[in-house]
Design a protein around this ligand. Sequence first.
Ligand code: FES
Ligand code: FES
Length: 172
Amino acid sequence: MVSFLSFSNNASRLTHTKIMATYSITVNGETKKIDVASDTPLLWVLRDSLGLVGTKYGCGIAQCGACTVHLNGTAVRSCSLPISAIGTSKITTIEGLSKEGDHPVQQAWQEVDVPQCGYCQAGQIMSAAALLAKNPKPSEEQIATAMNGNICRCGTYHRIKEAVVLASSKIK
Ligand code: FES
Ligand code: FES
């Protein structure tokens, strides 16, 4: 369904037009319908429309990784991905990574006690999980490359690396 959102009170003058549409997306294994403008970033949909606030807003310009989710298993920056680009792709957020919070990466994160303030950590975990799904035994260089775009203002990088190595050892 496509509709036009807002027009001027003066019918002869169009001041602002937003094209709204209904999108059907698959998030954490469930189909969700939302009515949003076509250029709405996926991050906004997840947080504001679906209440999945585990995914964080950091920079909004694909530079910090706080908003990382999986799109068909690949780590993507949801702040810079318009809803119109999702199509039938499957989205996984931190809420859907595992049922009990027991994904090997989540277990390793707990064992190493990685977080400090915690703000960046959902994005870090999603990037690490995407890496290990594709490459369960990454080299240190491959870990560094995969995690490079995830910024941690608290500087937990050493513990992040330790946890990725530990998670890798848990994956058979
Ligand atoms: S909020 Fe998306 S990369 Fe920073
Ligand atoms: S734990 Fe604070 S920003 Fe990473």
